[in-house]
Design a protein around this ligand. Structure first.
Ligand code: NAD
Length: 483
């Protein structure tokens, strides 16, 4: 059995209490590894190591810090196939997706922030009264990074890379459901020349490890991606300590198709992908598909034909478009959401149940791509995040109604708008209460842009300069030089 370890003070360490969690391959329903079930004592060890390492790392030239990140990226790249296989086995996602999206993006995150830290312009403000201000951006010290299971290495590196580039030392916690690739990355940290204690990884559950990171007095900031419920708990715990928090949370994103949209094969393929990529387990997936009434039936029939053509199967097979859901618990949740949609009066147009996969994966947790219509926008199915391969179709009359439906949930992460009317695209983008709008595309990501959501989808922004700002303290220096 593969035994994972924590990375504390540059060393692979077993959890102090010696407890482990089973790590399950969801495509076969069997345990393949054990991961430390660490607790607050392991977190305290990691924070102590990070505290000792902090002054040295903060004083290390940015160029040297960047070189460590570049080396780590190169080391992952030379092992891309092993990382992709690990990510697929751990999460159930198609190997082809891990190979083309998750791991390349993790590498890109490390390289992006390695480059960004050397390109970050300073700020200065001259005053007519004969003074000049300049702003120092100083590392915070020890920071906590907590990430979810859906894009494990992708989101883990999206946090640790800017934190380290900006000169902080890190205590990080990947999801206990998918810890495999973060552990693999941890085995390369010393080879990438990070000094001991700069980059620590503590495995374990949210309540035991995540909470201990959030509550530790020495940890100055928490960058968190995960569910809204956990985000609220973290905000509450961090508030009395006045910690900086960045919260990237859930979504119930609308895809809005106007009657003038270009519905070519390429566009339709993207619209289908926006609902079902990674089994719908991407915070940015469009789970509500709003379609203008005039084209509703024609669009629906074409869309259903394409969704029915999606192949659910062994994640290792190049023929699988969708793999398994991440865990038994999540599978049960998604199936229960589909049942609730039925109870609410929704018509299941395709899918709606467990997908049967023959052979090796017969015991895996697969769900058929599911499309539902006939539910009002206020139904629970159209309000609450399902985070699975489930899309609801909602007709609308005009722009005003589309906006009212799109904005009519507690979430505000992203939206994708399909129209060929340029004025409408700008108008709608300005009125959608979300952090990210795509027009005639989906999940086209430029790492320099602000990333995050409004309302219950989060607080703060990641990406580019936003992430570097989050992971630093601004200090203004005002120098009078006389008139
Ligand atoms: P989750 O909130 O259950 O867990 C996320 C992480 O937080 C895990 O590492 C978990 O162990 C930890 N955690 C749990 N309880 C904690 C606590 N009390 N204190 C500190 N840490 C704690 O989320 P999940 O199920 O892993 O991920 C799915 C959710 O993440 C979905 O809601 C999805 O929309 C969201 N998500 C958001 C984004 C985004 O960028 N906005 C990206 C990906 C996923």
């Amino acid at each position: 059995m593969l035994m994972l370890a924590n990375l504390i003070d540059g060393q692979a360490r077993a959890p102090r209490e010696g407890r482990y969690l089973d790590i399950v391959d969801p495509s076969i329903g069997r345990t393949f590894a054990r991961c430390p079930d660490s607790d607050a004592t392991d977190v305290a060890d990691a924070v102590d190591a990070a505290t000792r390492a902090a002054p040295g790392w903060a004083a290390t030239p940015a160029e040297t810090r960047a070189r460590c990140l570049y080396r780590l990226a190169d080391l992952i790249e030379t092992r891309l196939e092993a990382f992709a296989a690990a990510e697929s086995q751990d999460s159930g996602k198609p190997l082809a997706l891990a190979r083309s999206l998750d791991i390349p993006r993790a590498i890109a995150n490390l390289r992006f922030f390695a480059a960004a830290i050397g390109q970050w312009p300073g700020e200065s403000h001259a005053m007519e009264q004969g003074a000049i201000n300049y702003t120092l951006r100083l590392p915070l010290g020890v920071v906590g990074c907590i990430s979810p299971w859906n894009l494990p290495l992708y989101l883990f590196t999206w946090k640790v890379a800017p934190a380290l580039a900006a000169g902080n030392t890190v205590v990080s916690k990947p999801s206990e459901i998918t810890p495999y690739t973060a552990w693999l990355l941890g085995t390369l940290v010393a080879e990438a020349d990070f000094p001991p204690g700069v980059f620590n990884i503590v495995h374990g559950t949210g309540p035991a490890v995540g909470e201990a990171i959030v509550m530790h007095d020495t940890v100055k900031a928490i960058s968190f991606t995960g569910s809204t419920r956990t985000g609220v708990a973290i905000a509450k715990a961090a508030a009395p300590k006045l910690k900086k928090v960045s919260l990237e949370l859930g979504g119930k994103n609308p895809t809005i198709v106007f009657d003038d949209a270009d519905l070519s094969d390429a566009s339709m393929a993207t619209i289908v992908r926006s609902g079902f990529a990674n089994q719908g387990e991407i915070c940015l997936c469009g789970s509500r598909l709003l379609v203008q009434r005039g084209i509703y039936e024609r669009f629906r029939d074409d869309y259903l034909r394409r969704v029915r053509a999606l192949r659910v199967g062994d994640p290792a097979s190049p023929n699988s478009d969708l793999g398994a859901l991440v865990s038994r618990a999540h599978f049960d949740k998604v199936i229960a959401c589909i049942e609730r949609a039925r109870d609410e009066g929704g018509r299941i147009l395709t899918g709606g149940q467990r997908a049967t996969v023959e052979g090796r994966c017969a015991e895996g947790w697969f769900v058929e791509p599911t499309v539902i219509e006939g539910l009002p926008p206020g139904a629970a199915t159209n309000q609450e995040e399902i985070f699975g391969p489930v899309v609801t179709l909602i007709p609308f009359e005009d722009e005003a109604e589309a906006l009212a439906i799109a904005n009519g949930t507690p979430y505000g992460l992203s939206a994708s708008v399909w129209t060929q009317d340029l004025s409408r695209a700008h108008r709608v983008a300005a009125r959608l209460d979300v952090g990210i709008v795509w027009v005639n595309c989906w999940m086209l990501r430029d790492l320099r842009t602000p990333f995050g959501g409004s309302k219950q989808s989060g607080v703060g922004r990641e990406g580019g300069v936003e992430a570097l700002r989050f992971f630093t303290e601004a200090r203004n220096v005002c120098i009078s030089h006389g008139q």
